[in-house]
Write a protein that binds this ligand. Structure first.
Ligand SMILES: [Fe+2]
Ligand SMILES: [Fe+2]
Length: 291
């Protein structure tokens, strides 16, 4: 049912890592779930979570929720549902502001993040610190600047964002970007300074998960939690019609072949990853389609 790929790093230098406050301060694991697309993606995640918790016992679960509300954006009800299910933090992206009702929620709820390099005047915030088992995990949301609208540079705004989570033993950065080059560059830019840089937004998982030489776990794209039978979440006949006719087409979320796509990052000391492993599984209650 599950497919996995593991990538383990060389022994990296620990210089510059945050000092831990407890005996287990560096030991933890985090499951990061790729963009949850529509109700089908939400149900896939909620059904899969008990199995994933049993199999991997992750300390933290983080999820990108930018496509939850019918494929575009997120609502307070949907965010509450994730938090009630034990999701520690929700990251977003270019679809953050599709639903107006989320605006006050973005300011009020610490655990939901819009990209830190959006304009300061836009609702919400881009970093948070969550804590479990005596370990603090800083979470940072960033948006790429190539083919995406973000008011400030991800590469300059990551510095104040990291300063805001400096006290955390671990830091994970969601680099929500279109261009693979921007994500690869951010991985190298932060190698040795954060625990993980995970890419989101393209909804297609990449085969480059690894621990970089400085100890930062990296993947260009985690993929999506949603229907593999569509075109990055959209009903395939609609996506194909739009491409064929070059005319506007109303897109709906596909419900064919839902899968969960995530990465599991394991750590035994502050700010460094031991391994990053792709976790991809079909929705438990839905058998894979024939052909
Ligand atoms: Fe997305
Ligand atoms: Fe996106």
């Amino acid at each position: 049912m599950a497919e996995k790929q593991a990538a383990t790093g060389e022994e990296p230098a620990a210089a510059g890592a945050a000092e831990g406050s407890g005996a287990n301060s560096g030991r933890m694991s985090v499951l990061f779930v790729g963009d949850i697309v529509g109700g089908i993606g939400r149900r896939t995640l909620l059904e899969s979570l008990p199995l994933l918790r049993e199999r991997f016992a992750p300390t933290f679960v983080i999820a990108n929720g930018e496509n939850m509300a019918g494929g575009l954006g997120i609502t307070p009800k949907l965010a509450d549902e994730l938090i009630s299910a034990g999701i520690d933090a929700i990251t977003l992206g270019n679809h953050t502001y599709r639903r107006r009702e989320i605006y006050p929620y973005l300011d009020a709820e610490a655990r939901i993040l819009r990209p830190a390099n959006f304009l300061r005047s836009q609702p919400g915030h881009g970093v948070c610190i969550v804590e479990r088992d005596g370990v603090r995990l800083g979470v940072v949301s960033l948006s790429g600047n190539v083919h995406l609208r973000a008011g400030r540079s991800a590469f300059t705004e990551i510095e104040p964002a990291l300063a805001q989570v400096a006290e955390a033993e671990h830091i994970i950065v969601d680099m929500h970007a279109e261009a693979t080059s921007e994500k690869v560059a951010m991985g190298w830019h932060l190698d040795g300074r954060v625990t993980a840089v995970v890419g989101t937004h393209t909804h297609v998982p990449t085969a480059d998960a690894r621990v970089l030489p400085g100890g930062t776990a990296y993947i260009t794209d985690v993929g999506m939690t949603g229907p593999r039978g569509g075109v990055i979440g959209v009903k395939r006949e609609q996506a194909i019609e739009a491409l064929l006719t070059q005319m506007p087409v109303r897109f709906e979320t596909s419900d064919i072949d839902p899968w969960l796509m995530a990465v599991l990052i394991r750590c035994s000391r502050p700010r460094r990853a031991d391994s990053i492993e792709q976790v991809m599984m079909a929705r438990p209650s839905v058998p894979a389609p024939e052909g």
